[in-house]
Structure formats: C-alpha cells, structure tokens
Write a protein that binds this ligand. Sequence first.
Ligand SMILES: O=P(O)(O)OC[C@@]1(O)O[C@H](CO)[C@@H](O)[C@@H]1O
Ligand SMILES: [Mg+2]
Ligand SMILES: [Mg+2]
Length: 294
Amino acid sequence: LHAPRTPHAAMADWTDCLDFGISLAKQASEAVLTAFNRQKEVKLKSSPADLVTETDQRVEKMLISAIRKRYPQHRFIGEESVAAGEPLELTDRPTWIIDPIDGTVNFVHRFPFVAISIAFTVNKQTEFGIVYSCVEDKLFHAQRGRGAFLNGEPLHVSGQEDISRCVVVTEIGAERDDLALSTLTSNIFRLLKLPVHGVRALGTAAVDMCQVATGGADAYYHIGMHCWDIAASAIIVKEAGGVVTDTDEFDMMSRRVIAASSSSVANRISQVVRAFPCRRDCGGAPGANGGAAL
Ligand SMILES: O=P(O)(O)OC[C@@]1(O)O[C@H](CO)[C@@H](O)[C@@H]1O
Ligand SMILES: [Mg+2]
Ligand SMILES: [Mg+2]
C-alpha cells in the first residue's frame, strides 16, 4: 500500500522570510552602529557581567514589530522579550529566534565585535540563520541545504581533523559562580595542554561560531549560552560543512554546543571539556517539547 503523496507545493522554502530577515538585520545594524560610540545607559540582568542597554531593547522591538506586521502568525523567542517576562517556548509554528545585540559587553565598551543574530525555525527545525557582525560589516547567512555565505561568497570550514593544529574559540560568558568559573578555566587549561595552537574569545558566540564557518578557527565550544546566541550561527557552521553537536545530538536549548571543522575535532573537544549544570532554555529531554534540531 502506498501512502497518499503530499503535494510538494506544501513544502515552503522560506526564502521570502530569509530576504526579509536580511533587510531587517541591515536596518538593525544601522541602529547599533549609530549608538556604538555614544554613551550608553547600562542595566544588569542575571549577573554583573550580563548587561542590557536601551539599544538592545529598541532593536529587538523594531525587529519583532516589523516581522509581526508582515507575518502575523509567526512566533518569537527574543532575548530581551524573555528577559522582560515573555515565555521562552519553541513550538512547531514558524518561530524567529532573535538576539538583537550579541556581544552587549563589547557594545558597551566599544570592543568591535557585536552582531545581530536571527534564526528561523519551523517544526523545531532551523530553516535559516543570519548573523550580521555590524562593525566588521560582515553579513553571514545560511539556509538549510543551500550552503553558507559571507557577504554573498560561499563559506567552508577548514576541514582540520587534528586537534593539535586547531585554533579553538570559546567564551567565558556571564556566569561568575565558583563552579562555573573553575570549570570554564580548567577547560581552557586542558585544551591548551593537549596542546592546541590557540584559544580565542571575541565576546560574541554568534561571531565566534561564524569564525569556524569561515575556516579562520577550527572549533568552538561553549557552556551556558542561550538559544538566541547560537541558533543562527549553528546552521551557518553546518551549511559551511562543519559539525555542530552537544555531548550528544545538537539541541539548541541545552545551553551547550560544540561546533567544529570535523567530527574528529568535535569528539576530541567533547572528551576534554567538562560541563557545569545549567537550566535548559526550554523543554525537558533533548528533542522533546522545546528541543530543536538543525
Ligand atoms: O548578552 P549577549 O551580549 O547577547 O550575549 C553575549 C554572550 O557572551 O553571552 C553568552 C554567555 O554565555 C555568550 O555566548 C554570548 O555570546
Ligand atoms: Mg547573546
Ligand atoms: Mg544580546
């Protein structure tokens, strides 16, 4: 017996949403750059190193209201909306996952790596990701099955398989409790002792991961970030030929990620790096309600 065929017309490719997201990321970048050299009013969120400014909030509102006007049925997970009390819930409905400024500490200090990160999921699967590194004027994007691009040029990971020849990117993040700090610093210690060629941190997970997509870095790992920090750059790495994983299958809500140029490098990092407990962004077990796949 054959199942009835689903008309292919039902399979949207979401390119219209991608193009709209790219045009909005460019507008948002102008707002971020205008504010970049100005004095900012800074507020604290979860820790003394977790900052927010009026620009983060304004850019997120601008993005969400423009998308909502054009796609009234779509849903949102936005960093600053969640901070303001909106639920963090990923459903099967088309969902935009937004970090209006990834690298707010950099933005406050005028350290020149700040990015707008926009991912789009349907049925909990990422369809595209956009990362605009504003000061560098680098626009990264990837669409599922269609490759990754930087300012329109195709991207490829380095393909490096030997950990001892890798530049590895990570972040210390905003956690300041003893367990998190000792785990994070001992992870760096163990990697350096392997040895690796170098460990780097730019202050924005989105841009860090895009370095792996360009081949400028060979791997990235991080514990404690949120889905909006990595949702867009994860598909960019994957479409550039990289491997995106967790200790198990990648789950953007788990608050752990390894992105690498090859599975051998990803496996080596997962053997060396220890995690500390972090509450999931949403959902229970990986892949269950709220879990999300690439
Ligand atoms: O708050 P922001 O600027 O959007 O996020 C900045 C950030 O450093 O926070 C995470 C901390 O774990 C990082 O991975 C991420 O890039
Ligand atoms: Mg962020
Ligand atoms: Mg942010």
